[in-house]
Design a protein around this ligand. Sequence first.
Ligand SMILES: [Zn+2]
Ligand SMILES: [Zn+2]
Ligand SMILES: [Zn+2]
Ligand SMILES: [Zn+2]
Ligand SMILES: [Zn+2]
Ligand SMILES: [Zn+2]
Length: 455
Amino acid sequence: MKKIMALALAMVLALSLSVIAMAEEKPAIEFVTSDFTAEGQTQVVKVLAKNFGSVTALQVAFEYDETKLELVECAVNAGLVGATVNTLIPGEIYINWDALAAAPIDGELVVITFKAIAKELGAAAFGFMPGEDIIFAGEDFLEIPVAEIEVPAEPAEVEIDYVHEHEWSDWEETKAPWCGVEGEKVRHCEAYNGTCDAEETETIDALEHDWDAGVAQDAVCGSTTDVLYTCLRCQETKTVTGAVVEHDWDDGVVTTDPTCEEDGVRTHTCRRANCPVGTKTSVEPKLGHDWGDWEETTAPDCDEHGEETRYCKRDRSHKETRPVDPLGHDWGEWDETKAPDCTNPGEKVHVCGVCGEEETGTIPALGHDWGKWEVVKEATAGEDGEEKRVCKRDESHVETRVIKNVFFLDPTVIIDMTGKAEAETNPNTGAPVMGAYAVVALAAAAAVCSQKNRK
Ligand SMILES: [Zn+2]
Ligand SMILES: [Zn+2]
Ligand SMILES: [Zn+2]
Ligand SMILES: [Zn+2]
Ligand SMILES: [Zn+2]
Ligand SMILES: [Zn+2]
């Protein structure tokens, strides 16, 4: 670079006129930048050369705002051989061609790609390095003065306009609401140090009047009264027909004392001045008796109720009674006063140990205590017999029954030897009386058999 610069300084005056003559138009450099860059994306700046004649050497130096732009790539036009690129210092780019083909240059010199890293939106500058000339040497001359090259007077602007979620500030009231009038509030996006110019406006609801407590106009108990209200904010007034004014009764004082059983009277006074009524009464409820404990006033006995009484502590003439259940007799052991016999019940007595009352009870009859049946008369052929039994407790108690005539035989009873035949039973023992008949029948059958065996 220093070598070319030295040449340039030496030859600038000598050859300036011939360059102008050679070129139909002034050589120029232009910057072309791509559209805005979203956050994290890249932006391209093209450096274009126009109307450069036969150039053998060229040197340019750029600077850029390294606080907002990060250099990603510096791509020199491949058609222009022998380029040396120096990007070692952030914010500075030096490119030096010192062996060009001396062919006319018209178009892209270099394409520089930046990544936007700004914390603010807006433009980041890219331009020629101040104090570093563009050095330009042609085929027929050693150098061309910088003044002969038309270059952008201002730096190129790399637009940084990130896509982002707005970060809204608090709402700020820009117009206060008023009674019946809407207000307005505004908030701003605070992203990227407030360089986002997004703004939102909203209305604030109009205020309701802030009515005071109202002033009743000549309030009189029992009549309706207009109330005048005034807005504490805008002083507007309104009149409302109020409700009927109620009396404002005090708690009152007892003017007739209540008793246990009779209500008393309480008299209240209206607190409002000019009350047309003044006072009213209410019932002071009766007190009810204040009963003491129950006391036994008449003791109960074996079969008579007693009585308990309680008295009102407030007035002993107020009393209440209730019965007490009888105690019941305290009976001693039973004494037999008349023994029972076979057919007549006996009698017994017991005495209350408290009041001496006697109570008589019966002892059930004992029933006969029978001995064994004894034959009084045997049954004979054709005639019934008889048997009797005697009570062990009293010989005069005798019971008799018939013994059947043994030859009064029913043919069905004889044939039926299974014992299932209906038979008369002994009324006392329950044993069948048929045994006698069966013996007779068996004897008859045996007689028949023995006669057959002999044949
Ligand atoms: Zn924003
Ligand atoms: Zn108001
Ligand atoms: Zn009143
Ligand atoms: Zn009482
Ligand atoms: Zn008794
Ligand atoms: Zn008896």
